[in-house]
Write a protein that binds this ligand. Structure first.
Ligand code: PBG
Ligand code: ZN
Length: 321
């Protein structure tokens, strides 16, 4: 006798009853780009469908989140003044700090996450403090990242998410946050972050491309799966609350391995390059728009608990229908 798998695919009811994985809008996190100035509401060319918002225009995106039922966002700041140590990042009245306060004022229930990194704030565009020879100094960078995290905490952020890929960053942030009284503030680590070309559109959007070299001395080599598990394990040992794999779809093997090996909440980041590929294919009629949901469902199947995605609003609307 052969296996008649089709018996359980016969109609919509039985297919729905047996569907193993589902998308929920509560699992989706929307990236938001905040910029200085007034009255800025400008579509980002490299990331069409996403905008730069000045503080006075944040209500626009908060309204859309409320309407769609998206409960969480992750913030990125774009600043005019950049210097060697990214001082705008830990300015208590910096752009992200202002955005945190504003979003909380507009809807205190929105769960606000802040990306913690230096590349958007340094004049050289690297994710840390440079030695004279241009090498990113790990331990010096930790002090700055800690200051940034505390500054976001003071502004009222719900969670910090260090994306710098420095060694020991989770421990450094945890200790500094605790010393400053923020023992209840969770840390989501960009644990296995690859040195990916899929970040291209984001770097345009966030004005964060390195002015020389690349990020390969801190972000992970594209071929390494086992190393990803060591990075995740290190973050867990340092007290991380949620781990992340980034990018998402090209690294679902890593997502699955992390899920099978560790019992900790797992986030994936469907990055800018993944977004534009799907967006362009759909807009040009090359693929049906259901491919977007398919991409997110694949992440769930691989083991993701949370998904950061530029499609959050449109998918949430679809799920609500
Ligand atoms: C900052 C940061 C990057 C992304 C998230 N945080 C860019 C980078 O590491 O160069 C990428 C997000 C995306 O491509 O959507 N370190
Ligand atoms: Zn960075």
């Amino acid at each position: 006798m052969f296996y008649r798998g089709r018996r359980l695919r016969k109609n919509d009811t039985i297919r729905t009853m047996l569907k193993e994985n589902h998308l929920h809008k509560e699992e989706l996190i929307l990236p938001i780009f905040v910029t200085e100035g007034n009255n800025v509401y400008k579509e980002i060319e490299s990331l069409r469908g996403n905008y730069h918002y000045s503080i006075d225009n944040l209500y626009r995106i908060v309204d859309k989140m409320n309407e769609a039922g998206i409960v969480s966002c992750i913030l990125f700041g774009i600043v005019e003044h950049k210097d060697a140590c990214g001082s705008e990042a830990f300015n208590d009245n910096g752009i992200v700090q202002q955005a945190i306060r504003k979003i909380k004022e507009l809807n205190e229930k929105i769960y606000v996450i802040a990306d913690v990194c230096m590349c958007e704030y340094t004049d050289h565009g690297h994710c840390g403090i440079l030695d004279e020879d241009g090498y990113v100094n790990n331990d010096k960078t930790l002090e700055y990242l800690s200051r940034i995290a505390v500054s976001y905490a003071k502004a009222g952020v719900d969670m910090v998410a260090p994306s710098d890929m420095m060694d020991g960053h989770i421990l450094a942030l945890r200790e500094t946050l605790d010393q400053n009284g923020y023992t209840s503030l969770p840390i989501m680590g960009y644990s296995a972050k690859f040195a990916s070309a899929y970040y291209g559109p984001f770097r345009e959007a966030a004005h964060s491309a390195p002015s020389f070299g690349d990020r390969k001395s801190y972000q992970m080599d594209l071929g390494n799966g086992n190393e990803a598990l060591r990075e995740v394990e290190a973050d867990i040992n340092e007290g991380v609350d949620i781990v992340m794999v980034k990018p998402a779809m090209p690294y679902l093997d890593v997502v699955k391995e992390v899920k099978l090996n560790y019992n900790i909440p797992l986030c994936v980041y469907q990055v800018s390059g993944e977004y534009v590929m799907l967006k362009m294919a759909v807009e040009n009629g090359l693929m049906n728009e259901s491919v977007i949901e398919e991409s997110l469902l694949a992440m769930k199947r691989a083991g993701a608990d949370l998904i950061i995605t530029y499609f959050a609003l449109e998918i949430a609307k679809k799920l609500g229908e």
